[in-house]
Design a protein around this ligand. Structure first.
Ligand SMILES: NC(=O)c1ccc[n+]([C@@H]2O[C@H](COP(=O)([O-])OP(=O)(O)OC[C@H]3O[C@@H](n4cnc5c(N)ncnc54)[C@H](O)[C@@H]3O)[C@@H](O)[C@H]2O)c1
Ligand SMILES: O=P(O)(O)OC[C@H](O)CO
Length: 363
Protein backbone atom coordinates (compact mmCIF):
# COMPACT_ATOMS: atom_id res chain seq x y z
CA UNK A 1 0.00 0.00 0.00
CA UNK A 2 1.51 3.40 -0.92
CA UNK A 3 1.38 6.40 1.36
CA UNK A 4 -1.45 7.88 -0.65
CA UNK A 5 -3.54 4.75 -0.36
CA UNK A 6 -2.84 4.63 3.38
CA UNK A 7 -3.94 8.24 3.63
CA UNK A 8 -7.05 7.58 1.57
CA UNK A 9 -7.91 4.66 3.80
CA UNK A 10 -7.91 7.12 6.66
CA UNK A 11 -5.11 5.19 8.25
CA UNK A 12 -2.00 6.97 9.19
CA UNK A 13 0.97 5.39 10.60
CA UNK A 14 4.03 6.45 12.44
CA UNK A 15 5.65 3.31 11.27
CA UNK A 16 7.77 4.27 8.33
CA UNK A 17 7.57 0.67 7.31
CA UNK A 18 3.85 0.82 6.54
CA UNK A 19 3.41 3.43 3.82
CA UNK A 20 4.32 3.15 0.19
CA UNK A 21 5.91 -0.24 0.27
CA UNK A 22 3.77 -2.35 -1.98
CA UNK A 23 2.51 -4.16 1.08
CA UNK A 24 6.03 -4.81 2.35
CA UNK A 25 5.92 -3.30 5.87
CA UNK A 26 9.62 -3.82 6.21
CA UNK A 27 10.59 -1.46 3.41
CA UNK A 28 11.43 2.13 4.34
CA UNK A 29 9.59 5.06 2.70
CA UNK A 30 11.25 6.35 -0.44
CA UNK A 31 11.33 10.13 -0.81
CA UNK A 32 12.20 11.83 -4.07
CA UNK A 33 13.23 15.50 -3.79
CA UNK A 34 12.81 17.24 -7.13
CA UNK A 35 15.14 20.21 -7.12
CA UNK A 36 18.74 20.45 -5.96
CA UNK A 37 18.83 24.13 -5.18
CA UNK A 38 19.24 25.60 -1.71
CA UNK A 39 15.93 24.46 -0.24
CA UNK A 40 15.69 21.15 -2.09
CA UNK A 41 19.16 20.27 -0.83
CA UNK A 42 18.58 21.43 2.73
CA UNK A 43 15.21 19.71 3.01
CA UNK A 44 16.47 16.47 1.49
CA UNK A 45 19.16 16.57 4.15
CA UNK A 46 16.54 17.07 6.86
CA UNK A 47 14.68 13.98 5.70
CA UNK A 48 17.91 11.97 5.47
CA UNK A 49 18.86 13.11 8.99
CA UNK A 50 15.38 12.21 10.26
CA UNK A 51 16.41 8.70 9.35
CA UNK A 52 13.07 7.04 8.57
CA UNK A 53 13.19 7.22 4.76
CA UNK A 54 15.51 6.69 1.83
CA UNK A 55 16.05 9.99 -0.01
CA UNK A 56 17.02 10.56 -3.63
CA UNK A 57 17.42 14.03 -5.09
CA UNK A 58 16.89 15.07 -8.68
CA UNK A 59 18.96 17.88 -10.14
CA UNK A 60 19.34 19.30 -13.63
CA UNK A 61 23.09 19.65 -13.55
CA UNK A 62 25.06 16.39 -13.66
CA UNK A 63 28.09 17.96 -11.96
CA UNK A 64 26.01 19.00 -8.95
CA UNK A 65 24.34 15.58 -8.85
CA UNK A 66 27.76 13.89 -8.96
CA UNK A 67 29.05 16.05 -6.12
CA UNK A 68 26.05 15.27 -3.94
CA UNK A 69 26.27 11.57 -4.73
CA UNK A 70 30.04 11.12 -4.38
CA UNK A 71 31.30 13.93 -2.14
CA UNK A 72 28.05 14.49 -0.21
CA UNK A 73 28.26 18.22 -0.86
CA UNK A 74 26.33 20.71 -2.98
CA UNK A 75 29.11 23.04 -4.15
CA UNK A 76 26.71 25.49 -5.79
CA UNK A 77 24.78 26.32 -2.63
CA UNK A 78 26.53 24.94 0.45
CA UNK A 79 30.21 24.49 -0.40
CA UNK A 80 32.10 22.71 2.37
CA UNK A 81 28.96 21.67 4.21
CA UNK A 82 28.70 17.90 4.74
CA UNK A 83 25.40 16.43 3.64
CA UNK A 84 24.10 13.17 5.07
CA UNK A 85 26.06 10.40 3.29
CA UNK A 86 22.83 8.42 2.90
CA UNK A 87 21.58 11.14 0.52
CA UNK A 88 21.84 10.14 -3.12
CA UNK A 89 21.10 12.01 -6.33
CA UNK A 90 20.41 11.60 -10.03
CA UNK A 91 19.88 13.83 -13.06
CA UNK A 92 17.24 11.45 -14.44
CA UNK A 93 13.69 12.31 -13.24
CA UNK A 94 12.45 8.77 -13.96
CA UNK A 95 15.17 7.31 -11.75
CA UNK A 96 14.39 9.72 -8.90
CA UNK A 97 10.65 9.10 -9.10
CA UNK A 98 10.74 5.32 -9.46
CA UNK A 99 9.05 3.75 -6.45
CA UNK A 100 8.65 7.05 -4.62
CA UNK A 101 6.04 7.13 -1.86
CA UNK A 102 6.62 10.85 -1.28
CA UNK A 103 7.65 13.38 -3.93
CA UNK A 104 8.93 16.71 -2.63
CA UNK A 105 9.12 19.55 -5.16
CA UNK A 106 11.53 22.47 -4.78
CA UNK A 107 11.85 24.24 -8.12
CA UNK A 108 11.01 27.88 -8.85
CA UNK A 109 7.24 28.30 -8.71
CA UNK A 110 6.84 29.59 -12.22
CA UNK A 111 8.59 26.49 -13.61
CA UNK A 112 6.39 24.02 -11.74
CA UNK A 113 3.74 23.35 -14.37
CA UNK A 114 6.24 22.60 -17.16
CA UNK A 115 8.23 20.31 -14.89
CA UNK A 116 5.16 18.42 -13.71
CA UNK A 117 4.14 17.79 -17.33
CA UNK A 118 7.51 16.12 -17.94
CA UNK A 119 7.48 14.16 -14.69
CA UNK A 120 3.85 13.01 -14.75
CA UNK A 121 4.43 9.70 -16.60
CA UNK A 122 6.93 8.68 -13.90
CA UNK A 123 4.87 9.57 -10.79
CA UNK A 124 3.89 6.35 -9.01
CA UNK A 125 0.16 5.95 -8.31
CA UNK A 126 -0.62 6.73 -4.68
CA UNK A 127 2.47 8.86 -4.11
CA UNK A 128 2.00 11.97 -1.95
CA UNK A 129 3.34 15.15 -3.54
CA UNK A 130 4.69 17.87 -1.26
CA UNK A 131 5.28 21.46 -2.36
CA UNK A 132 8.16 23.38 -0.81
CA UNK A 133 7.49 26.31 -3.14
CA UNK A 134 6.38 29.76 -2.08
CA UNK A 135 4.79 31.34 -5.11
CA UNK A 136 1.54 31.92 -6.96
CA UNK A 137 1.40 30.92 -10.61
CA UNK A 138 1.35 33.80 -13.07
CA UNK A 139 -1.68 33.82 -15.33
CA UNK A 140 -3.77 31.32 -13.39
CA UNK A 141 -3.13 32.80 -9.89
CA UNK A 142 -3.15 29.21 -8.61
CA UNK A 143 -1.30 28.12 -5.49
CA UNK A 144 1.38 25.47 -6.02
CA UNK A 145 -0.72 22.70 -4.47
CA UNK A 146 -3.52 23.59 -6.89
CA UNK A 147 -1.13 23.32 -9.85
CA UNK A 148 0.08 19.94 -8.57
CA UNK A 149 -3.46 18.63 -8.08
CA UNK A 150 -4.50 19.88 -11.52
CA UNK A 151 -1.55 18.61 -13.56
CA UNK A 152 -1.04 15.30 -11.75
CA UNK A 153 -4.81 14.78 -11.24
CA UNK A 154 -4.37 14.02 -7.53
CA UNK A 155 -6.96 14.10 -4.72
CA UNK A 156 -6.39 16.54 -1.83
CA UNK A 157 -5.18 13.78 0.50
CA UNK A 158 -2.17 13.24 -1.79
CA UNK A 159 -1.07 16.87 -1.94
CA UNK A 160 0.70 18.66 0.90
CA UNK A 161 2.87 21.71 1.52
CA UNK A 162 5.72 22.59 3.84
CA UNK A 163 6.14 26.23 4.80
CA UNK A 164 7.49 28.34 7.63
CA UNK A 165 10.59 30.21 8.85
CA UNK A 166 12.97 28.07 6.82
CA UNK A 167 16.03 29.97 5.61
CA UNK A 168 17.73 27.07 3.88
CA UNK A 169 21.32 27.87 4.83
CA UNK A 170 20.55 27.80 8.55
CA UNK A 171 18.77 24.47 8.14
CA UNK A 172 21.60 23.06 6.04
CA UNK A 173 23.86 24.02 8.96
CA UNK A 174 21.51 21.98 11.16
CA UNK A 175 20.45 24.98 13.23
CA UNK A 176 17.09 24.60 15.03
CA UNK A 177 14.02 25.40 12.94
CA UNK A 178 10.29 24.74 12.82
CA UNK A 179 7.83 24.44 9.97
CA UNK A 180 4.24 23.69 9.10
CA UNK A 181 3.35 20.52 7.22
CA UNK A 182 -0.10 21.18 5.79
CA UNK A 183 -2.53 18.81 4.13
CA UNK A 184 -6.33 18.88 4.17
CA UNK A 185 -6.11 15.19 5.15
CA UNK A 186 -4.49 15.16 8.57
CA UNK A 187 -3.17 11.56 8.45
CA UNK A 188 -1.08 12.54 5.43
CA UNK A 189 0.30 15.56 7.28
CA UNK A 190 1.07 13.40 10.33
CA UNK A 191 3.01 10.90 8.22
CA UNK A 192 4.99 13.64 6.49
CA UNK A 193 5.67 15.21 9.89
CA UNK A 194 7.17 11.90 10.97
CA UNK A 195 9.53 11.60 8.04
CA UNK A 196 10.93 15.13 8.34
CA UNK A 197 11.15 15.48 12.15
CA UNK A 198 14.80 15.54 13.11
CA UNK A 199 16.89 16.69 16.07
CA UNK A 200 16.96 20.23 14.66
CA UNK A 201 13.82 20.41 12.49
CA UNK A 202 10.45 20.43 14.28
CA UNK A 203 7.43 20.26 11.95
CA UNK A 204 3.90 21.05 13.09
CA UNK A 205 0.85 19.74 11.21
CA UNK A 206 -2.01 21.89 9.93
CA UNK A 207 -4.98 21.15 7.66
CA UNK A 208 -5.14 24.75 6.37
CA UNK A 209 -3.23 24.42 3.10
CA UNK A 210 -4.61 27.73 1.79
CA UNK A 211 -3.30 29.69 4.78
CA UNK A 212 0.06 27.95 4.78
CA UNK A 213 0.64 28.56 1.08
CA UNK A 214 -0.54 32.16 1.00
CA UNK A 215 1.53 32.97 4.07
CA UNK A 216 4.61 31.63 2.36
CA UNK A 217 3.96 33.37 -0.95
CA UNK A 218 2.94 36.83 0.28
CA UNK A 219 5.78 37.08 2.82
CA UNK A 220 8.21 37.12 -0.08
CA UNK A 221 6.50 40.24 -1.45
CA UNK A 222 6.52 41.93 1.95
CA UNK A 223 10.20 41.01 2.32
CA UNK A 224 10.93 42.80 -0.96
CA UNK A 225 9.31 45.92 0.51
CA UNK A 226 11.25 45.59 3.78
CA UNK A 227 14.44 45.14 1.79
CA UNK A 228 13.74 48.34 -0.14
CA UNK A 229 13.24 50.19 3.16
CA UNK A 230 16.54 48.80 4.48
CA UNK A 231 18.30 49.78 1.27
CA UNK A 232 16.91 53.30 1.60
CA UNK A 233 18.53 53.48 5.03
CA UNK A 234 15.38 53.25 7.15
CA UNK A 235 15.44 51.54 10.52
CA UNK A 236 13.43 49.15 12.64
CA UNK A 237 10.30 51.30 12.92
CA UNK A 238 9.86 51.14 9.15
CA UNK A 239 10.62 47.41 9.09
CA UNK A 240 8.20 46.65 11.92
CA UNK A 241 5.50 48.77 10.26
CA UNK A 242 5.86 46.94 6.96
CA UNK A 243 5.92 43.52 8.65
CA UNK A 244 2.79 44.33 10.68
CA UNK A 245 0.79 45.91 7.85
CA UNK A 246 2.12 43.24 5.51
CA UNK A 247 0.66 40.58 7.79
CA UNK A 248 -2.64 42.48 7.80
CA UNK A 249 -2.90 42.39 4.00
CA UNK A 250 -1.82 38.76 3.97
CA UNK A 251 -4.63 37.88 6.38
CA UNK A 252 -7.16 39.84 4.32
CA UNK A 253 -6.29 37.89 1.18
CA UNK A 254 -5.96 34.51 2.87
CA UNK A 255 -9.27 34.75 4.74
CA UNK A 256 -11.05 35.89 1.57
CA UNK A 257 -9.78 32.69 -0.07
CA UNK A 258 -10.96 30.45 2.75
CA UNK A 259 -7.93 30.27 5.03
CA UNK A 260 -8.05 30.17 8.80
CA UNK A 261 -6.72 33.52 10.04
CA UNK A 262 -4.97 31.71 12.93
CA UNK A 263 -2.65 30.01 10.45
CA UNK A 264 -1.28 33.44 9.54
CA UNK A 265 -0.52 34.18 13.20
CA UNK A 266 1.59 31.01 13.21
CA UNK A 267 4.80 29.74 11.66
CA UNK A 268 3.64 29.90 8.04
CA UNK A 269 2.54 33.50 8.46
CA UNK A 270 4.08 35.66 11.17
CA UNK A 271 6.95 33.22 11.71
CA UNK A 272 8.09 33.17 8.11
CA UNK A 273 7.47 36.90 7.71
CA UNK A 274 9.73 37.74 10.65
CA UNK A 275 12.49 35.36 9.57
CA UNK A 276 12.49 36.47 5.94
CA UNK A 277 12.18 40.20 6.63
CA UNK A 278 14.91 40.07 9.27
CA UNK A 279 17.53 38.02 7.48
CA UNK A 280 20.26 38.98 5.02
CA UNK A 281 20.00 35.32 3.94
CA UNK A 282 16.63 36.10 2.36
CA UNK A 283 16.89 36.43 -1.41
CA UNK A 284 13.71 38.52 -1.51
CA UNK A 285 14.82 40.92 1.20
CA UNK A 286 18.28 41.20 -0.42
CA UNK A 287 16.72 41.86 -3.82
CA UNK A 288 14.69 44.70 -2.29
CA UNK A 289 17.69 46.06 -0.41
CA UNK A 290 19.72 46.31 -3.58
CA UNK A 291 16.90 48.13 -5.32
CA UNK A 292 16.40 50.48 -2.38
CA UNK A 293 20.12 51.26 -2.32
CA UNK A 294 19.87 52.76 -5.80
CA UNK A 295 20.70 49.86 -8.11
CA UNK A 296 18.52 49.63 -11.20
CA UNK A 297 16.13 46.72 -11.54
CA UNK A 298 18.23 45.23 -14.33
CA UNK A 299 21.36 45.51 -12.17
CA UNK A 300 19.62 43.77 -9.27
CA UNK A 301 18.30 41.00 -11.49
CA UNK A 302 21.79 40.49 -12.93
CA UNK A 303 23.22 40.37 -9.40
CA UNK A 304 20.63 37.90 -8.07
CA UNK A 305 21.83 34.34 -8.63
CA UNK A 306 19.12 32.49 -6.73
CA UNK A 307 15.33 32.51 -6.82
CA UNK A 308 13.56 35.58 -5.43
CA UNK A 309 10.01 34.34 -5.80
CA UNK A 310 8.35 37.57 -4.71
CA UNK A 311 9.39 39.45 -7.84
CA UNK A 312 7.17 37.46 -10.19
CA UNK A 313 4.59 36.33 -7.63
CA UNK A 314 3.89 39.93 -6.60
CA UNK A 315 1.95 40.29 -9.87
CA UNK A 316 -0.08 37.09 -9.47
CA UNK A 317 -0.80 37.88 -5.83
CA UNK A 318 -2.01 41.37 -6.71
CA UNK A 319 -4.17 39.93 -9.50
CA UNK A 320 -5.62 37.43 -7.03
CA UNK A 321 -6.36 40.24 -4.57
CA UNK A 322 -8.02 42.36 -7.26
CA UNK A 323 -10.10 39.36 -8.36
CA UNK A 324 -11.41 39.05 -4.79
CA UNK A 325 -11.71 42.76 -4.00
CA UNK A 326 -8.92 42.67 -1.40
CA UNK A 327 -6.80 45.79 -0.79
CA UNK A 328 -3.09 45.00 -0.66
CA UNK A 329 -1.25 48.33 -0.78
CA UNK A 330 2.23 47.01 0.02
CA UNK A 331 1.90 44.35 -2.67
CA UNK A 332 0.68 47.00 -5.10
CA UNK A 333 3.70 49.18 -4.32
CA UNK A 334 6.04 46.22 -4.85
CA UNK A 335 4.41 45.45 -8.21
CA UNK A 336 4.92 49.11 -9.10
CA UNK A 337 8.63 48.93 -8.25
CA UNK A 338 9.25 45.52 -9.80
CA UNK A 339 7.22 45.88 -12.98
CA UNK A 340 6.23 49.50 -13.63
CA UNK A 341 9.36 51.55 -12.90
CA UNK A 342 7.92 53.03 -9.70
CA UNK A 343 10.90 54.33 -7.72
CA UNK A 344 11.31 53.40 -4.03
CA UNK A 345 10.82 57.07 -3.13
CA UNK A 346 7.57 57.24 -5.12
CA UNK A 347 6.39 53.99 -3.53
CA UNK A 348 7.10 55.34 -0.06
CA UNK A 349 5.25 58.58 -0.78
CA UNK A 350 2.26 56.69 -2.16
CA UNK A 351 2.14 54.42 0.89
CA UNK A 352 2.46 57.21 3.46
CA UNK A 353 -0.09 59.40 1.67
CA UNK A 354 -2.88 56.83 1.87
CA UNK A 355 -6.12 57.90 3.55
CA UNK A 356 -5.88 57.52 7.32
CA UNK A 357 -7.84 54.53 8.72
CA UNK A 358 -8.34 52.64 11.99
CA UNK A 359 -6.20 49.59 12.68
CA UNK A 360 -7.87 46.24 13.36
CA UNK A 361 -5.97 42.92 13.03
CA UNK A 362 -6.34 41.58 9.53
CA UNK A 363 -8.17 44.65 8.32
N1 LIG B 1 16.09 28.79 -0.19
C1 LIG B 1 15.33 28.91 0.88
O1 LIG B 1 15.76 29.38 1.94
C2 LIG B 1 13.88 28.48 0.80
C3 LIG B 1 13.21 28.13 1.97
C4 LIG B 1 11.87 27.77 1.88
C5 LIG B 1 11.22 27.72 0.66
N2 LIG B 1 11.93 28.05 -0.45
C6 LIG B 1 11.22 27.92 -1.72
O2 LIG B 1 11.75 26.79 -2.41
C7 LIG B 1 11.53 26.94 -3.80
C8 LIG B 1 12.81 26.56 -4.50
O3 LIG B 1 13.68 27.63 -4.34
P1 LIG B 1 15.19 27.55 -3.84
O4 LIG B 1 15.34 28.48 -2.72
O5 LIG B 1 15.63 26.14 -3.65
O6 LIG B 1 15.83 28.20 -5.13
P2 LIG B 1 17.31 28.13 -5.66
O7 LIG B 1 17.45 29.27 -6.58
O8 LIG B 1 18.24 27.96 -4.52
O9 LIG B 1 17.32 26.75 -6.50
C9 LIG B 1 16.43 26.59 -7.56
C10 LIG B 1 16.77 25.25 -8.20
O10 LIG B 1 15.87 25.04 -9.27
C11 LIG B 1 16.62 24.82 -10.47
N3 LIG B 1 15.83 25.36 -11.56
C12 LIG B 1 15.81 26.62 -12.02
N4 LIG B 1 14.95 26.72 -13.05
C13 LIG B 1 14.42 25.48 -13.22
C14 LIG B 1 13.48 24.92 -14.11
N5 LIG B 1 12.89 25.67 -15.07
N6 LIG B 1 13.18 23.62 -13.99
C15 LIG B 1 13.76 22.86 -13.04
N7 LIG B 1 14.66 23.31 -12.16
C16 LIG B 1 14.97 24.62 -12.26
C17 LIG B 1 17.94 25.52 -10.26
O11 LIG B 1 18.92 24.94 -11.10
C18 LIG B 1 18.19 25.23 -8.79
O12 LIG B 1 18.77 23.97 -8.63
C19 LIG B 1 11.08 28.40 -4.02
O13 LIG B 1 9.69 28.43 -4.25
C20 LIG B 1 11.40 29.07 -2.68
O14 LIG B 1 10.51 30.13 -2.37
C21 LIG B 1 13.21 28.43 -0.42
O1 LIG C 1 15.32 33.59 0.60
P1 LIG C 1 13.83 33.80 0.55
O2 LIG C 1 13.44 35.23 0.63
O3 LIG C 1 13.21 33.04 -0.59
O4 LIG C 1 13.24 33.15 1.91
C1 LIG C 1 13.63 31.85 2.20
C2 LIG C 1 12.56 31.16 2.99
O5 LIG C 1 11.32 31.16 2.30
C3 LIG C 1 12.40 31.71 4.38
O6 LIG C 1 11.39 30.97 5.06
Amino acid sequence: MTMGHAAQAGGHDHDAGAAGHGGDPGRRSRVAVMGSGSWGTAFANVVADAGTADVVMWGRRPEVVESIRVRHENPDYFPGLALNPALTATSEPAVALAGADVIVIAVPSQSLRANLAQWKPHVPPGAVVVSLMKGIELGTCLRMSEVIAEVLELPPEQVAVVSGPNLAREIAERQPATAVVACTHEPTAVHLQHICKSAYFRPYTNTDVIGAELGGAVKNVIALAVGVAVGMGFGDNAKASLITRGLAETVRLAVSLGADEHTLAGLAGMGDLVATCSSPLSRNRTFGERLGSGMTLDEVIAETRQTAEGVKSSESILALAQRHGVDMPITAAVVGMMHHDLSPAEALLAFMSRTAKPERYGV
